[in-house]
Design a protein around this ligand. Structure first.
Ligand code: SAH
Ligand code: SF4
Ligand code: F3S
Length: 479
């Protein structure tokens, strides 16, 4: 989910989707291909950023641009950036060096920086990186066509205005690099929490929720186009709150889940991320009531120690988090829980680090995203606390956390041997064209030999006979 690696987006399949219902003949297609301008977009960071790139692609295609996977064919190169850790920013700077070469070979190509790094560095970006023509923050994507035209006229374009209202609710994302089965739907933007280590409130602005009906309509549209799974996205989905302007009635996250689950029993619903302080029993009961709401909760703990949690300003302590985990397993016994963990936060002692290790054992996470602390300029922690844990120690603690989590994930998966799961087929397995891959409700990847008549987007039942720490293997059985 929080991958610092690049993923290239921008595909023919998407072009086909955007042309739905339109008569389009091969000759015209070729002509349009040749005459239209092309954009290339690379995305970094969290799922929200990948989802934003699909909004950007939609805005650009309305403005006459077509996506391309080939950097050398692009008239416009965009990089949707992440600021969450220093490494994420370094990766972006390296990519900009590569784009610089592409620009030399194709003069006139514009380079634009989007997303969180654009928001964090603002005009400083234009000063530091001479090749950059556009700097556009996460709430200013509607302004892209205008900024592009002014950049074409030689004026550098910048808009990093953060909005209190923008949710892009009316924009139908152009699905990029999609498997045609699973899709993200952004349900809110921004974050009103102030975790002391985190840059997101500064780069994404205030929290706001999207019109619930536009979310349901997007889910229904995806179902019509063959998609079978949606993931509702927000930094803190449990604080989703939207007021129906006609009735004045508020819609909570639990109610929204219910509405999306009601689109079709054939459409699976997932969501991310849940903040432990905000997830309610009502959400858990809603999950338990609907078979198509997946039994999987991403519930980042960050640290297992109460003093560190307080310094992090997470607003819960160890005991409170543990009671939340107990409650989840009580209401949904077969729920899988995953986590985000930071090692070596300011002043963390060895004993406090041990508390994080014991939390992994207690919560029995199916998996975790694990990081060492990276100080971010401007955050509360950067201003108030000293980043005093040596890099060597941060990394050693991270290795211990990874080692333990890998063991726990393996044990978690071993317990699935002999069980039968309903699996949504996503496509061919990475290793072999003879096998399908798909996920079970608990979000575990399942690999199994193909069977006649089944295709991506179909559900099937798979009995598990083998497990690693990352994957389950099995064979199709009768449902
Ligand atoms: N909204 C989500 C997390 C978004 S950021 C939540 O509250 O859980 C994704 C993850 O990156 C965080 O959960 C945290 O584990 C990690 N992260 C954020 N800031 C970081 C920093 N300064 N150093 C290291 N990891 C960080
Ligand atoms: Fe960052 Fe905390 Fe908001 Fe998550 S909840 S995005 S960690 S400030
Ligand atoms: Fe990164 Fe911004 Fe997401 S900082 S993790 S891309 S909200």
């Amino acid at each position: 989910m929080y991958d610092d690696n690049p993923t290239l987006v921008g595909i023919q399949k998407k072009i086909d989707e955007s042309r739905q219902g339109e008569a389009f003949y091969p000759e015209q297609a070729r002509e349009a291909e040749e005459s239209s301008r092309h954009f290339y977009i690379e995305s970094y960071g969290c799922q929200m950023n990948f989802s934003d790139s699909e909004i950007v692609a939609s805005i650009l295609s309305e403005a006459g641009y077509r996506p391309t996977r080939a950097l050398e064919k692009a008239d416009l190169i965009l990089i949707n950036t992440c600021s969450i850790r220093e490494k994420a920013e370094e990766t972006v700077r390296k990519r900009l060096r590569i784009f610089d070469k592409a620009k030399e070979q194709r003069p006139g190509t514009l380079v634009g920086v989007l997303g969180c790094m654009a928001e964090r560095l603002k005009s400083q970006f234009l000063e530091e990186e001479k090749l950059v023509d556009l700097v556009v923050g996460p709430d200013a994507y509607r302004d892209l066509p205008k900024l592009i035209s002014s950049a074409e006229d030689g004026d550098k374009g910048i808009n990093v205005f953060l909005s209190r209202e923008e949710t892009y609710a009316d924009i139908s994302p152009l699905r990029l690099d999609s498997n045609g089965v699973t899709a993200f739907i952004s349900i809110m933007r921004g974050c009103d929490n102030m975790c002391s280590f985190c840059v997101v409130p500064f780069t994404r602005g205030r929290e706001r929720s999207r019109n619930a009906f536009s979310i349901v309509a997007e889910a229904a549209g995806l179902l019509d186009r063959g998609y079978r799974e949606v993931t509702l996205l927000g930094q803190n989905v449990d604080s989703y709150k939207w007021e129906n302007p006609e009735t004045g009635e508020p819609v909570t996250f639990a109610q929204l889940l219910e509405m999306v689950a009601g689109v079709s029993p054939e459409l699976r619903v997932r969501f991310s991320t849940s903040h432990p302080k905000d997830i309610t029993d009502e959400v858990l009961y809603t999950m338990a009531r609907h078979e198509n709401i997946c039994n999987y909760i991403h519930l980042p703990v960050q640290s297992g120690n109460s003093r560190i949690l307080e310094l992090m300003n997470r607003t819960y302590d160890r005991e409170w988090y543990m009671s939340k985990v107990r409650r989840i397993y009580e209401v949904i016994p077969d729920c899988a829980i995953s986590s985000d963990i930071i090692t070596g936060f300011c002043s963390e002692t060895e004993e406090e680090h041990q508390d994080t290790l014991s939390m992994i054992e207690f919560a029995r996470y199916s998996m975790s995203y694990m990081f060492f602390y990276s100080e971010r300029p401007g955050t509360l922690a950067a201003r108030k606390f000293e980043d005093d844990i040596p890099m060597k120690v941060k990394k050693r603690r991270l290795q211990e956390v990874i080692r333990l989590q890998t063991q726990i994930s393996y044990q978690h998966n071993l317990q699935d041997i002999g069980k039968t799961f309903k699996v949504l087929i996503e496509g061919d397995s990475k290793r072999s064209g003879e096998d399908f891959k798909g996920r079970n409700s608990q979000n575990k990847m399942v690999v199994f030999p193909k069977a006649k008549g089944l295709k991506p987007g179909d559900y099937c039942y798979v009995k598990i006979n083998e497990a690693t720490s990352a994957t389950l293997k099995g064979a199709i059985v009768e449902g």
